[in-house]
Design a protein around this ligand. Structure first.
Ligand SMILES: NC(=O)c1ccc[n+]([C@@H]2O[C@H](COP(=O)([O-])OP(=O)(O)OC[C@H]3O[C@@H](n4cnc5c(N)ncnc54)[C@H](OP(=O)(O)O)[C@@H]3O)[C@@H](O)[C@H]2O)c1
Length: 250
């Protein structure tokens, strides 16, 4: 019986490229997102099963977990690749825009995790992969809501990894650097080590299917630089960040 994955945010960007990789490797893939058109396109091109969904609607999330489990018999792997993102002006903390980002990126994942864990406990196995970001390693200027939400997602995944091991549910963390997608098309600042979405999808599929490691992070040089910055003493860290923030936009 083919393995079953559910990719949220699977209609575009990194999620869509991961869907293509999994389909090519023989998986049955359910895909979700709010827009039906990109889901339909992937259903035609790669045989993915569309389940349109807004992750801010908890009742709809629970119903979708039920439908996928019933239609496909089980859920081996869930990949949460949803994101809302807006470039924020340094020093502006607009609640409405922040709430929208956290609602989709962090609370959206929490709405999914709850019924998915229940389903995986019933079936006795499963794997949950949360797509966070290297932007969650520390508080990045110009992305306070996005960066803090991703940071919370990293600690959420760490907690879940420890707590769910006894249930035979493996939790994985995916931290990409800059990837060329609709999301980053909005960026007006330099994006070092920018990579193609197809490459990101391949690295994610390889990492999930060919290794057991907790974190799948790429590209390695960028990841190492950022992890090193995280370890700097605060006076050095803030000097560096203030230089970053004073860099002109493109
Ligand atoms: N691109 C990068 O440089 C980069 C770097 C690090 C991490 N990431 C992470 O990678 C993941 C994928 O991002 P991406 O770059 O591939 O951007 P993307 O193409 O814009 O993908 C985001 C997906 O989220 C879906 N989505 C947004 N709000 C939703 C909601 N309320 N309910 C359901 N689906 C929703 C979108 O579909 P609909 O609009 O149809 O709902 C879209 O398919 C995100 O978690 C992002 O934070 C990206």
């Amino acid at each position: 019986m083919a393995k079953v994955a559910w990719v949220l945010g699977g209609g575009s960007g990194i999620g869509a490229e991961t869907v293509k990789q999994l389909s090519q490797r023989g998986w049955t893939v359910a895909i979700s997102g709010r827009r039906e058109q990109p889901l339909h396109a992937l259903s035609v091109s790669h045989g993915a099963r569309p389940y349109p969904l807004d992750v801010t609607d908890f009742e709809a999330v629970k119903a979708t977990v039920g439908r996928i489990s019933e239609d496909l018999g089980k859920i081996d792997l869930v990949i949460f690749s949803v994101a809302a993102w807006e470039v924020t002006k340094p020093g502006r903390y607009d609640y409405e825009s922040y709430a929208k980002i956290i609602d989709a990126n962090l609370l959206g994942a929490m709405r999914v995790i709850d019924p998915v864990v229940a389903q995986m406990r019933r079936q006795g196995f499963g794997e949950i992969a949360l797509v966070a970001s290297v932007a969650g390693y520390f508080g990045l200027p110009r992305s306070a809501a996005y960066s803090s939400g991703k940071s919370a997602m990293i600690t959420l995944a760490e907690t879940m990894r420890t707590e769910l091991a006894a249930d035979n549910i493996s939790v994985r963390l995916i931290c990409p650097g800059f990837v060329k997608t609709d999301l980053t098309a909005k960026n007006d600042f330099p994006m070092p080590f920018l990579m193609e979405a197809e490459d990101a999808g391949k690295r994610i599929a390889d990492g999930l299917l060919n290794s057991r490691k907790f974190e799948i992070a790429f590209p390695l040089p960028f990841v190492l630089i950022l992890k090193t910055i995280r370890l700097l003493p605060y006076p050095v860290f803030f000097t560096l960040m203030s230089r970053l923030i004073s860099q002109p936009s493109k």
